[in-house]
Design a protein around this ligand. Sequence first.
Ligand code: VG1
Ligand code: CO
Length: 547
Amino acid sequence: MTIKTITTQPFTDQRPGTSGLRKRVRVFQQAHYLENFVQAIFNTLSDCQGQTLVIGGDGRYYNREALNIILRMAAANGVGRMLVGQHGILSTPAVSCIIRKYKALGGIVLSASHNPGGPDADFGIKYNVSNGGPAPERITEQIFQHSLNIREYRTFDAADIQLDELGEQSLGDMQIVVIDSVADYAELMEQLFDFERMSQALRSGALSIRFDGMNAVTGPYAHAILEQRLGAPAGSVIRGTPLPDFGGDHPDPNLAHAQELAALMFSPHAPDLGAASDGDGDRNMILGKDCYITPSDSLAILAANATLVPGYAQGLAGVARSMPTSRAVDRVAETLGIECFETPTGWKFFGNLLDAGRITLCGEESFGTSSDHVREKDGLWAVLFWLNILAVRQESVQAIVQQHWATYGRNFYTRHDYEAVDAERAQALVDDLRRRGSELVGQRFGSVEIDYCDDFSYTDPIDDSVSHNQGLRIGLRGSGGEARIVYRLSGTGTQGATLRVYIERHEPDPERHDQDPQSALADLITLSQELAQIAAYTGRTAPSVIT
Ligand code: VG1
Ligand code: CO
């Protein structure tokens, strides 16, 4: 076995997006493509000699091949030890947990999250740093710069690595340890939640759950935690085996893609809690009998009920939400008298606040919620949090959300995505709206008036780093409570551009809480299309996905 240095040419499109580098599988399969990016990571980590790294993926097509390539390159780059999930499987929150627990230098997550998998679908790679969280922009930018200048990469001449049996092996001077994918994560969950109480409720039938693993990575975690440890009856976890193509479905936990679960939850046989997670296990969708909880509301409700859960019984230091997330949690923070931060989209922006102990809970409207227990969003954690609250309060999900709205008012919320539109046209739409922003202020449209229009910039309160152009915010006042429309372009898509439009209005009056968000927000939805001239720029008269 020898180290080889391979000559290569740079690719120009390896700038990491909102969450790592995501491309079509066929792009990654081009000669040297994955290798270049991985070498760019090693070049950025000049200090990986003799260090420990964690690696695993969501089991999608190309997971094993990529793992073998990366392990050989790690050995050739002087890494001391690689902790690898058995069968190459680790959920994103599990990678974060393991990096922290074993004090690794960092980790590599192989996933394109909720994007479909298979030879004609998507693959992705993301580097996480020693706090367990996604690399901050400063580091992803360095990786990109290295990728533009790369001329060679290092690899090891060796046979494929055995990933199915637990235990140690070596590759040159590097040690490879195949670890149980679930054990460390499950142990952490046991420290945070009241497993005894939840288990009693589930075993006695007082509480019931249906969890949809969407044929993706959370299946093994959900089987082990919900069914084996907590004693939920067999069958409580559906689609619980990770498949390379996720069974041909989008592993995206929303009402459109978790149809079987959604149908059950709106039927007479609905269990108390319905939930789903995404491809890599960091997202969650929460449903009750006949009710769907908006992720923004879920964050607010977890914050308001946190002290019912042992791991958070001491109260919260503060909370944070991504900018487009509804402001429901802001109201809870105000009542609790704690800080609430508004960060750009993407989990990497929560890392500093969590490390500094300024926040305990944080979340995004895109079905992401988590706390300071790891540095990633965590799907199953959110489900256990809800389960713990239900076991303590012994009320339905619907009763809990209605009481929450009665106390804080309801933030009606929806996100409209215009997917796979022409990238230049989408950028022109945003640029044009930004230019017209100041003229719009003070203008009336029907019953609302534009209060402000800005392009969101964020200064990190811990390290003062600044991120510009994070989305256009339009604030509105007028009939109903304060309202907001936000526009931004996705940083995770792999085809053309995706325009995301986020629409929100606060409604204090409980008499008006029982409306469908699409009708409660109908006037703002129309306004969102007109203000940005969406049809003229994209040729689309309706969004492709509504969540
Ligand atoms: C989307 C979401 C964002 C999330 C990101 C990664 O990004 O909007 O909130 O952090 O996906 O989530 P964008 O740039 O496409 O809007 V995951 O579960 O795909 O890693
Ligand atoms: Co994900």
